[in-house]
Design a protein around this ligand. Structure first.
Ligand code: SF4
Length: 311
């Protein structure tokens, strides 16, 4: 790790910048561990502003882990509409059930126990520990990796995963919650992958990237790196789009009503639809009947008791 990779003056400047420019995201008003956990799971892979809107409704409806644990799975999946990657809804629900069953309804404070909860990885566990419990641990996602890597060494490619985690943990200042949010905001608004807005960045005076430095040995992009990949297919042709449409139809149906998936959806033929319905059922997002060919699969949002996903 570079000597003094993020000097105290730099972290002070970042915290001062955050104090006046913080994005007014609803979930930043709380340090309640359950509410923070929900916000972090929602904001994974979803734009923060959209996650914040859903989070406000969610917390009113299910203000505690116990309330969420007791909710029907179908209601949880309906409340997740618009956030995408619906398996996260099941993960949040299962995390709440685990918190009730194993921790008396209280979100655990230590990183290892947090990380053992369903759907919680190293980033989310550290974000909750820092924001809700004030622990000086660094939550590293792709944005934070880019920001810290550029400040400390001119680029994240100078660090492997473990060295980056060591760096992130080492540079957390006294206010771990504000620091976590501030790095998120710099990564989202200033330190973009291309054309970072260094002129507006509170870290610019101390940033190696802004000074023109780059890591000594920057490996050439691998064959499967983003720079070398073919253009992404149109979204409506992807399995993700199809899964979202299938779940949207199940959400729109009345509670308990079976929905027939007999026809093609968009560019996806009836067979692809059937396979996607069955995959969603295996993952616990739907329940099905008359699923074997040649019958038309019928499905609905899960009715209790919730089934665990099949291997
Ligand atoms: S000065 Fe530029 S490169 Fe450095 S952290 Fe800020 S935006 Fe990123």
């Amino acid at each position: 790790m570079p000597l003094d990779p993020v000097p105290a003056e730099a972290s002070d400047a970042i915290l001062a910048w955050y104090a006046v420019t913080a994005r007014p995201l609803a979930f930043r008003r709380t340090t309640d561990p359950y509410a923070v956990l929900v916000s972090e799971l929602m904001a994974q892979q979803t734009q923060a502003e959209r996650a914040a809107e859903a989070w406000e409704r969610w917390i009113v409806r299910w203000p505690t882990a116990r309330a969420l644990a007791e909710a029907p799975t179908a209601d949880v999946l309906r409340a997740w509409a618009g956030l995408g990657y619906n398996r996260r809804a099941l993960a949040v629900h299962r995390a709440a059930k685990t918190i009730v069953a194993k921790h008396g309804g209280v979100v655990p404070a230590d990183v290892a126990t947090l990380q053992a909860l369903p759907g919680v990885g190293p980033y989310t566990a550290r974000a909750v520990a820092a924001i809700a419990f004030g622990q000086r641990v660094g939550a590293v996602d792709v944005n934070v990796r880019r920001v810290l890597g550029r400040i400390a060494a001119g680029g994240a490619e100078a660090f492997g995963p473990s060295a980056m985690q060591t760096l992130a943990d080492a540079v957390v200042p006294h206010d771990a919650a504000a620091w976590t949010h501030a790095l998120m905001d710099i990564g989202a608004t200033l330190c973009r992958p291309r054309d970072p807005r260094c002129g507006e960045c509170p870290a610019a005076r101390w940033c190696r990237y802004a000074a023109g430095e780059r890591p000594a040995a920057t490996p050439a992009p691998a064959a499967n790196s983003p720079d070398k990949r073919r253009p992404a297919p149109a979204f409506a042709t992807t399995t993700r789009w199809l899964r979202g449409r299938i779940l949207a139809r199940a959400r729109d149906a009345a509670n308990g009503e079976w929905v027939s998936y007999s026809e093609a959806m968009g560019s996806h033929g009836a067979r692809a639809v059937r396979e996607a319905v069955m995959a969603l059922a295996r993952e616990g997002l739907l329940e099905t009947r008359t699923a074997e060919p040649p019958h038309v699969p019928q499905a609905r949002l899960p009715h209790e008791p919730t089934r665990e996903p099949q291997p």
